[in-house]
Write a protein that binds this ligand. Structure first.
Ligand SMILES: CC(C)(COP(=O)(O)OP(=O)(O)OC[C@H]1O[C@@H](n2cnc3c(N)ncnc32)[C@H](O)[C@@H]1OP(=O)(O)O)[C@@H](O)C(=O)NCCC(=O)NCCS
Length: 182
């Protein structure tokens, strides 16, 4: 069992046309720090964190927990795609008992604009649909985050509701796996 439910973790690395989705390793630490220290990446995620603070608190192998995929391009980490359970205390839920599977993503700015996030998230959703058949996935992003909004739409998420949180308008959407007909 994992936080996500009865899924085996880590899965074998998932290969797409250009990328590999895999568990994190010690060699990814610098890229993790870069993600959290980057003003561009953190624009809609509460702002960057000080690099010296990150250097002291980030573990030797960051992000090693069920649901966290490192996205690898030619042997180097370019971002993360995560499937987690949505916190019950936060607004935005599909069901009264909360705990929906939630997709999130962060890519290094030099990897933006190439379709990598779309490719990686589609593969992660495909993995999830096989692991927990029939279960929907939710996503929450600021409406001001244009790139994230375009990505959510491209992946097939549809709007459930909008609400205010952390002084900004949030978009809460859902993705449902295609169920075989007949
Ligand atoms: C959100 C985020 C992942 C989106 O990144 P992105 O680079 O815009 O998304 P993709 O990698 O899918 O790239 C899509 C773009 O690549 C272009 N592209 C170029 N080559 C492509 C190819 N071969 N295939 C597909 N798209 C391609 C697309 O046209 C699209 O451009 P557009 O945005 O001008 O329409 C990124 O901005 C990010 O990490 N932001 C910071 C973290 C964050 O805010 N996360 C949200 C919280 S959940």
């Amino acid at each position: 069992m994992t936080g996500l439910g009865p899924v085996a973790w880590p899965p074998a690395p998932i290969r797409t046309e250009r990328l590999v989705l895999r568990e994190s390793e010690a060699r990814d630490r610098a890229a993790f720090i870069e993600l959290f220290a980057s003003p561009e990446v953190r624009t809609y995620l509460g702002g960057p964190r000080p690099r010296d603070e990150l250097e002291s608190v980030v573990p030797e192998v960051p992000g090693r927990r069920p649901g966290v995929f490192v996205i690898d391009l030619d042997g180097a980490m370019i971002g993360t795609v995560t499937l987690d359970r949505r916190d019950a205390e936060r607004p935005g839920h599909l069901r009264p008992d909360a705990g929906e599977a939630e997709l999130s993503y962060m890519f290094l700015p030099e990897a933006w604009g190439c379709g990598y996030a779309t490719e990686a998230c589609a593969a992660a959703l495909g993995w999830f649909a096989d692991a927990l058949p029939g279960e929907p996935v939710v996503l929450c992003t600021q409406t001001a985050n244009d790139r994230s909004m375009r990505l959510a739409t491209k992946l097939g998420f549809t709007e459930v509701q909008r609400f205010e949180e952390w002084g900004a308008e949030q978009w809460f959407g859902v993705w449902s796996p295609v169920t075989p007909s007949g």
